[in-house]
Design a protein around this ligand. Sequence first.
Ligand code: ACO
Length: 331
Amino acid sequence: MSMIEKVKNKARSDIKKIVLPEGDERRTVEAASILKREGLAEPILIGAPEDIKKVASELATDISGIEIVDPANSQKSSAYASALYEIRKNKGVSEDDAKKLVADPMYFGIMMVKCGDADGLVSGAVHTTGDMLRPALQIIKTKPEMKIVSSSFLMDCPNKDLGEDGLLVYADCVVMPNPTAEELAYIAIATADTAKRLCGFEEPRVAMLSFSTKGSAKHELVSKVQEAVEIAHKLAPDLLLDGEMQYDAALVPEVGASKAPGSPVAGRANILVFPDLQAGNIGYKITQRIGGAECFAVLQGLNMPCNDLSRGCSVEDIVNTVAMTAVQAQE
Ligand code: ACO
């Protein structure tokens, strides 16, 4: 069974309420109908009911039984505005600003999650990554034990010899443009946690990637990764993590054995932590486009699960992302 099928089965076992702020967007309406029908989540669509119903009727999609919430007419709007004001007043947000912000479906949806009226949120079919992330970072914030929010990409590769039966987890490919060594260490730990909880990895093996393996090159960029390895070992002494190492040393047993002999990770890594966002974002796209991997993205480190979509997403991508969000919410 594929990773995403396992995730869907888990989502069905304890159904969660997932809010979709882009409620009148066509792919989102169709995805909500599938989610409800397949029992993967209890979707909540945000938007004007007449607009959402019009889209559903154009698509001949059944949205009966799906909750629709309209920020313009919701009795919760004023409570959400007060809560938002309390959270953001020390950042210069006035009561008036807070009222205006909750009229925005994105902020309204985030406040639903924050106030416990939904278990998670998925957005990004229309909004950019930054527009989706900013309210989540400002309001939901990071888990107490995590310093930063980052992302994991679950790469389901055709070559089943790689990682766990072809599944590799990449990080960070979405959030942190240029992490410090400490932030890189936190990304590694969060990714191992995601791999365990969402993908069922029994033994996360983390390779901290660079253009150097074990000191083969000397450069400040390499030193940053070496420092991240040291910090990660202190923060999570039981985690199998090693580096710095090159991509091939992380994945190919013979290269790992020759370049990093004795490493508990080299040649058999199932988690690959890239040194910055340029490398991570480019790396996942190469694996997807040239390597033929299917990819699934989640955010990690947020206090409550909120996930981003690509604006080019398909209905299936939305369904899959909601299922992953629901599983994150089960924890
Ligand atoms: N973890 C936790 N909190 C964070 C993080 C983080 N990684 N980044 C920012 N914050 C917090 C800040 O501390 C701040 O909190 P505060 O307002 O309470 O003080 C708040 O979030 C907003 O921070 P800003 O610095 O004002 O926000 P910024 O404009 O830098 O935006 C963002 C943050 C959106 C994450 C930015 O770093 C970004 O744009 N990242 C890249 C996103 C992207 O384009 N990814 C690639 C495309 S996605 C794809 O290809 C799949």
